[in-house]
Design a protein around this ligand. Structure first.
Ligand code: PMV
Length: 359
């Protein structure tokens, strides 16, 4: 595994002060990553839609200081100091310090906010880690003017991955693959790459409405869940299946076959949760309303021939996916029949987006 390319060669031109702001999106996996080895190496390749409205905006102010032996930072979330988020960020800096040694020469002030409500059950680690990674790469690009945009995105994804695996898929868009796979040219376990084949027009501006079934903290973190794939009785088959599904998904995205898309996406969502239910200890993240929604979607599809389908993250919320041309009818269906299963009838309308933006 060649990580040497991510270690900067020269740090001669450290700047005194700098400040960068990045907006980075969340993403939703179509073929899921569940199971990893150290350090954040996925057991199978995964592919996701990059989202647009669900994002994090982070500003990092860098101020030169005397060299220290630990990254020195303050953290503010929605304008207030956030001590409880610091250990995770500290651990992240520890993991990336050999790739960003210039961080020892700065005091960092991090200001972050999410576009989605804090306790919505939408994981903010992907968009949050990606935003920090982009700010660090902006600093690195000031120190070393020779960096190409391609390298900046690649290394940002590499760094974000070390914070949260799925964050590697939150730098680019509209579709990103993470993990080595024979069908994906340039694909790597170390960083996400943009899906480079021509995407069928059926998937243009694909819609994702996120139904907020449960806004609480997850009872089982994804770190614990990934670890339960070690010695899981179905793990090997699952990893092989995911890699096969990624190959199928790559064809579907090019040929636009929505029926096959629906089948694969829903199967992936249920398989992810089946892995949780068959772990030991076992656990269930879906709630009764998750199942109510799934059944309603199946009924609606049968009655109307709609191409709407669902997918799930590691939680109870449901992502409702559908083509842009069905926007009006599906939003009406959600409003009339699904929103009652959401906490405070709350859902978020989103769509596929193009990745990180410098503000
Ligand atoms: O990035 P993590 O460690 O939070 O894992 C995320 C795993 C899933 O969201 C369940 C699936 C995926 O591929 O995003």
């Amino acid at each position: 595994m060649n990580t040497a390319e991510f270690i900067p060669k020269s740090l001669d031109k450290l700047v005194e002060k700098a400040s960068f702001t990045w907006q980075t999106p969340s993403n939703i996996a179509l073929v899921k990553y569940w199971g990893k080895s150290n350090p954040q190496i996925p057991k199978n390749a995964s592919i996701s839609f990059t989202l647009d409205n669900c994002h994090t905006i982070t500003t990092i102010d860098f101020e030169r200081r005397e060299k220290s032996n630990e990254v020195d930072f303050d953290l503010f979330f929605e304008g207030k100091p956030k001590e409880e988020f610091k250990p995770k960020i500290r651990a992240f800096f520890k993991r990336i310090e050999q790739y960003c040694p210039y961080l020892f020469d700065y005091k960092l002030t991090i200001n972050s906010e999410n576009s989605f409500p804090h306790s919505s059950g939408i994981a903010s680690s992907a968009s949050g880690m990606a935003a920090i990674a982009m700010c660090l790469m902006s600093l690195e690009a000031e120190i070393n003017a020779d960096l190409s945009k391609e390298f900046i995105n690649k290394k940002a994804s590499f760094l974000a991955r070390l914070g949260s695996g799925s964050a590697s898929r939150s730098i680019e868009g509209p579709i990103v693959v993470w993990g080595k796979h024979p069908e994906i040219k340039g694909g790597s376990d170390l960083f996400g790459v943009k899906f480079s084949k021509d995407i069928h027009s059926n998937f243009k501006n694909y819609q994702d409405t996120i139904l907020l079934v449960d806004k609480g903290e997850k009872q089982v973190s994804s770190t614990v869940g990934h670890n339960l794939m070690i010695n899981h009785p179905y793990a090997e088959n699952r990893f092989n299946q995911a890699n096969d599904n990624l190959e199928k998904m790559a064809s579907i995205l090019q040929n636009g076959d929505l029926d096959t898309f629906i089948n694969l996406v829903e199967s992936e969502a249920l398989t992810l949760h089946a892995m949780m239910m068959t772990s030991n200890p076992y656990f269930i993240l879906m709630k009764p309303n998750t199942l109510e929604i799934i059944n309603k979607i199946w009924e609606f599809r049968q009655e109307t021939n709609s191409k709407v389908c669902f997918t799930l993250d590691a939680g109870a919320n449901v992502h409702v996916l559908y083509p842009e041309k069905e926007k009006e009818s599906v939003v009406q269906f959600i409003d009339n029949q699904l929103s009652k299963f959401c906490q405070k009838n709350h859902y978020i309308c989103d769509q596929v987006g193009l990745g990180a933006k410098r503000l």
